[in-house]
Design a protein around this ligand. Structure first.
Ligand SMILES: Cc1cc2nc3c(=O)[nH]c(=O)nc-3n(C[C@H](O)[C@H](O)[C@H](O)COP(=O)(O)O)c2cc1C
Ligand SMILES: CC(C)CC(=O)C(=O)O
Length: 364
């Protein structure tokens, strides 16, 4: 048994040791210069606290409500592809860990276990993430299967008309494994032996024509609420509300798509202000500490999603590792709340943090 991590960052090293280089690079990497990859984490570090003292924090409560579902903490599992490359049990192990923590898991469209396998592996609230394929009938079938299997919302990812340029994957000639969801529908075998096979697969399948008018089509294939994932501007947040989404995820896809987009935490407030409370706003990207979660909530997020740390937990220690990642983040958030004078999530306000812009000159 490898050593027991005391924070989620320590799972990354264990994952690096556990995984073949090609897979570790795929999970950890970002697009091009990986500027945004660094920024997603570092922008959190530039936000400081304004803690309040002498508040009774002998009891804390982290519970919240996400789309009508009551959950014990404002943490969800972001959709990440192909968990069997991290651990032989794949998304089933992740789902069991999520269920054990009563945490909402968003299953990736590009999962290595099927939507039905994950649904039947354990009880739990799950959402299904969707990419729209050129073959729209395939997308419609997958959405129907997810709905029939009890998934509670569709998370439509809109920041990937094409796959970002991930240079590790190009060098490693990253493979695209068979994705069981698509068995009998489409082959993930690509013939290209140049560059990333995953990119070649995405180029052949993802529908780059997808646009705002197509949200009506997505609505027409499901009765589930639709959350849009990948919004970074007030303009798109307003459009998303106009087309009637049930929620917005501020996301730059973990810095894997367009490099030099701002860190998500830097644009969260812009989106929150545009949305004016009409739909919940979620955020992902670079969240590695309970303090990061607190900062996101202070800037108006209803909850956060965690991507890489979950995959690292899975690679390092399977289901147990994912559970520990969720527990560590939740414990850190709880302590942050106590030390900031916020016994409940609704006590967390914008005044509990200061961004670089808020800081008085004399402190620079
Ligand atoms: C290995 C990996 C695979 C991903 N696969 C998907 C995916 O299939 N669908 C999707 O919408 N987002 C995908 N994402 C993006 C995540 O949902 C999320 O936006 C991102 O990981 C958050 O950043 P973090 O990893 O810093 O927490 C993936 C991210 C990673 C790291
Ligand atoms: C298989 C990929 C398209 C999944 C993805 O979204 C990613 O790797 O970021």
């Amino acid at each position: 048994m490898s050593k027991e991590p005391v924070n989620v960052n320590e799972f990354q090293d264990l994952a690096r040791q556990a995984l073949p280089k090609m897979y570790y690079d795929y999970y950890s990497g970002g697009a091009e210069d990986q500027h945004t990859l660094k920024e997603n984490v570092e922008a959190f570090q530039r936000i400081l606290f304004r803690p309040r003292v002498l508040v009774d924090v002998s009891r804390t409560n982290l519970s919240t409500n996400i789309l009508g579902y009551s959950v014990p903490s404002p943490v969800m599992i972001a959709p990440t592809a192909m968990h069997k490359l991290a651990h032989y049990e794949g998304e089933v192990a992740t789902a069991r860990a999520a269920a054990a923590c009563n945490t909402i898991m968003v299953l990736s469209y590009m999962s290595t276990c099927t939507v039905e396998e994950v649904a039947s592996s354990c009880n739990g609230i799950r959402f299904f993430q969707v990419y729209v394929y050129k073959r729209r009938d395939i997308t419609a079938q997958l959405v129907l299967r997810a709905e029939r299997s009890g998934y509670k919302a569709i998370v439509l990812t809109v920041d990937a008309p094409r796959l970002g340029r991930r240079e590790h994957d190009i060098k490693n000639k990253m493979i695209a494994p068979q994705l069981k969801n698509f068995e009998g529908l489409i082959s993930t075998k690509v013939t290209s032996d140049e560059g990333s096979n995953l990119q070649a697969f995405a180029d052949g399948t993802f529908d780059a024509s997808l646009s705002w008018k197509d949200i009506d089509w997505v609505k027409s294939i499901t009765t589930l609420p639709i959350i849009i994932k990948g919004v970074l501007t007030r303009e798109d947040a307003i459009k998303a509300m106009e087309v009637g989404v049930a929620g917005i995820v501020v996301s730059n896809h973990g810095a894997r798509q367009l490099d030099y987009t701002p860190a998500t935490i830097s644009v969260l407030e812009e989106v929150v202000q545009a949305v004016k409370g009409r739909v919940p706003v979620f955020v992902d990207g670079g969240i590695r500490r309970g303090t990061d979660i607190f900062k996101a909530l202070a800037l108006g997020a209803q909850a956060v999603l965690i991507g890489r740390p979950v995959v690292y937990g899975l690679a390092a220690k399977g289901e147990y590792g994912v559970r520990r990642v969720i527990e560590l983040l939740k414990d850190e958030l709880e302590l942050t709340m106590a030390l900031s004078g916020c016994p409940r999530l609704k006590d967390i306000t914008r005044n509990h943090i200061m961004t670089e812009r808020d800081r008085p000159r004399c402190m620079l």
